[in-house]
Ligand binder design. Structure first.
Ligand SMILES: C=C(O[C@@H]1C=C(C(=O)O)C=C[C@H]1O)C(=O)O
Length: 356
């Protein structure tokens, strides 16, 4: 070993020793905080969002912000777990993008609970089987997830956060020779997202049998027991089921993103960059939607999403799902919401939470 290498490694060893002491000290402080939290609610999304923003703003480099964020999410995850273990329900099975989203936000020091349906995720949180739930709400190419929206209308749960996940699809199999593939297991939505790539890169496409599966993870699991088959799924699903990657990032739209919501029972304080989600409806008069949007405009509240959905209480009756910028505790938002409450036939505030 050269003298230079030895010296540099000695410096890294010294820094690691310091880091270990500092991280342990941080964990000790989190434990103390855990003891004074009388409500028993440990997870504070607004505080975590502020820490992540500060660390990215003060990042001196050379580590990129994406990785600094990941490192601190993991540090906070273990600190939180020392205060009290936490469980998160998601749309399973293990290896789905929903699980990726849960781990992306909460870090790895959580217990994940795989559910068979979006309904079951809501139920797990409602019945305290899980502390929080992660559900998909919209995809940049496929649009809104109707079932999540219908359940938000009925539930007493609150939205505590949002997670945006870039959806990268991988082609995986037991071997990496593309010409050997004669069957591809895939969730129909993933198939639709990779259609062009498959047509260009698999000359034998007309001889390939496409077998629909219930989830991406299911596709990977099936390919793991079928020698000439491949699957379209996430990178983590390949790792979980011991498959080799034949091609990466095969989605036709590289910006393909899914937005997930975190649902729970707690209200979230102001983080400084927040969003509020509402559901509202109006009588079927002309100009009625204008009446609802006017208070928002008048008080300078920006709207980031407006989606209509059948109300299921009458034919051609709709409810509107609206996301606005700001927190219910912000003065302009509070005033606009008070006026809305007077004008709307129905208004449900789903929660205020840090915007990503
Ligand atoms: C330590 C706390 O509890 C949790 C852990 C945090 C952390 O590790 O920094 C931040 C917020 C909470 O989710 C706290 O509330 O400050």
């Amino acid at each position: 070993m050269s003298e230079e290498l030895k010296q540099l490694r000695n410096q890294i060893d010294a820094i690691d020793n310091e880091l270990l002491q500092l991280i342990s000290k941080r964990a000790g402080l989190a434990q103390q905080i855990g003891k004074i939290k009388k409500s028993g609610i440990i997870y504070r999304p607004e505080r975590e969002a502020q820490i992540l923003t500060r660390m990215q703003e003060h990042n001196p480099g050379p580590i990129g912000n994406k990785h600094i964020k990941q490192l601190f999410i993991e540090i906070m995850s273990v600190c939180r777990a020392l205060e009290k273990p936490m469980s998160v329900a998601y749309l399973g099975p293990s290896g789905t993008f929903s699980e990726d989203a849960a781990l992306k936000r909460f870090g790895s020091a959580i217990t994940t609970i795989a559910c068979d349906s979006i309904d079951e995720v809501f139920r797990a949180v409602e019945t305290d089987t899980a502390n929080y739930g992660v559900v998909p709400v919209e995809n940049s190419t496929e649009g809104a997830v109707g079932r999540t929206m219908d359940l938000l209308l009925q539930t007493s749960l609150i939205i505590c956060g949002e997670i945006q996940l870039a959806i990268h699809q991988f082609l995986m199999a037991q071997q990496t020779e593309l010409t050997q593939i004669n069957k591809i297991y895939t969730h129909p939505q993933s198939f639709a997202q990779c259609h062009q790539w498959l047509r260009i890169n698999l000359p034998q496409i007309s001889d390939i049998a496409f077998v629909p599966t219930a989830s991406n993870a299911d596709a990977a699991q099936q390919a793991s027991i079928d020698k000439h088959a491949a699957a379209i799924a996430s990178q983590r699903a390949a790792e979980l089921f011991g498959l080799s990657i034949c091609a990466e990032n095969i989605e036709d739209d590289p910006k393909n993103t899914t937005r997930f919501l975190i649902i729970g029972k707690q209200t979230v304080d102001i983080s400084g960059k927040d969003k509020t989600s509402l559901i509202m409806s109006t009588n079927n008069r002309s100009g009625a939607i204008y009446t609802l949007l006017k208070p928002l405009a008048q008080h300078g509240v920006s709207m980031s999403r407006l989606e209509s959905r059948p109300s299921r209480t009458g034919l051609w009756q709709y409810v509107f799902f609206v996301d606005i910028e700001g927190h219910q505790q912000n003065e302009n938002v509070a005033t606009a919401l008070a006026e809305l409450r007077d004008k709307a036939a129905f208004l449900k505030i789903l929660g205020s939470y840090p915007a990503t």
